[in-house]
Ligand binder design. Structure first.
Ligand SMILES: Nc1nc2c(ncn2[C@@H]2O[C@H](COP(=O)(O)OP(=O)(O)OP(=O)(O)O)[C@@H](O)[C@H]2O)c(=O)[nH]1
Ligand SMILES: [Mg+2]
Length: 297
């Protein structure tokens, strides 16, 4: 990827902040950071057929790209969608849903397994009003047994607007009723027990937009640090909040801190140097946080 003038000016600003370090150390820190800036994340969307995977992708991302269907299993082949806004790209893999037939499940499971290594995050979609979770549990277990990293899974309860008791009258209310919220909390804790993950189970509705901002904020934390910013760039601005804006910038700052730590070990130096290097690291983190807009906005 060719770098834009903004990327060059960010590089120059970061280099200037590290000018105190020997050239080779500065080069290594910047090269690690550059590598992370250019990382093109890959997100896989998994779950049962009809769970609402494609609808969720369409609701979250700026580019509306996934086909949806009321009746038929719609996504039969993995759809690898390259999303590009400005000079940043990511890939979204909308996977065919399991649970249609045992024969197809076997094929899809092996497909999921083949893809595992390249996925930064797996968003696993489960219909909030579907009590039959045996296929989800079995597929998730099979993937863990195949070596999947448990911290890469984010479980989402979709179609929250359909959870009972559905209020009479208008079909789609923007927010679930108090009773629906109670149902969603109960189902979330049940699913968290059945499908263990490092992150809370999030109930959302692609149709009403319910909780999509909370999901975006959770994604910022759940994605590996080098993937957060590039994914955030592709999400619809409607679902971004002050909290997620600040979290994604902070994660980018932390990335600069990690690049610094991978090259410099202040503990191996005398205490005077140590304090100086800690301040330098802090300055780099602050600077990177502040430069986020130039790279990803
Ligand atoms: N009420 C309601 N319906 C939804 C919501 N999300 C999806 N649906 C409906 O659920 C059905 C299935 O949605 P899809 O997005 O095609 O589901 P999928 O998981 O991609 O299905 P496959 O591609 O077959 O695996 C469609 O009729 C959608 O309109 C939601 O948030 N609320
Ligand atoms: Mg689909």
């Amino acid at each position: 990827m060719s770098d834009s003038p903004d990327t060059h000016s960010v590089s120059d600003a970061l280099r200037a902040s590290l000018s105190f370090l020997p050239q080779h150390a500065c080069d290594r820190i910047l090269s690690r950071l550059q590598h992370a800036i250019h990382h093109e994340p890959v997100i896989g969307i998994m779950g049962k057929t009809g769970a609402g995977k494609s609808s969720l992708c369409n609701a979250l991302f700026q580019q509306s790209v996934c086909l949806t269907s009321d009746l038929m299993a719609c996504t039969r082949e993995p759809q690898r969608l390259v999303l590009t806004v400005g000079e940043r790209s990511m890939t979204l893999i909308d996977l065919p849903g399991v649970g249609e037939t045992p024969e197809k499940d076997e094929i899809y499971l092996s497909l999921y397994q083949q893809l595992l290594a390249e996925l930064d995050l797996i968003i696993w979609v489960i219909r909030a009003d579907d009590r039959a979770r045996a296929t989800d549990i079995a597929t998730h277990r099979a993937l863990l047994n195949a070596g999947a990293d448990p911290s890469r899974f984010l479980f989402v309860l979709s179609q929250a607007d359909r959870v009972s008791p559905v209020p009479a009258g208008e079909e789609w209310q923007e927010l679930p009723s108090e009773k629906q919220c109670l149902s969603l909390a109960t189902i979330s804790s049940l699913v968290a027990g059945q499908l263990p993950s490092s992150f809370p189970v999030m109930a959302v509705s692609a149709h009403t937009g319910y909780n999509l901002s909370a999901l975006v904020e959770l994604m910022v934390h759940a994605l590996p640090a080098q993937a957060s910013s590039a994914v955030y760039r592709q999400l619809k601005s409607d679902h971004k909040s002050t909290e997620s804006d600040s979290a994604v910038r902070q994660r980018f700052g932390e990335l600069a801190g990690s690049a610094f730590d991978s090259v410099i070990d202040p503990n191996s130096l005398p205490s005077g140097w140590r304090a100086l290097l800690c301040r330098l690291r802090e300055k780099l983190v602050q600077l990177a946080t502040g430069l986020w807009d130039k790279l990803f906005s």
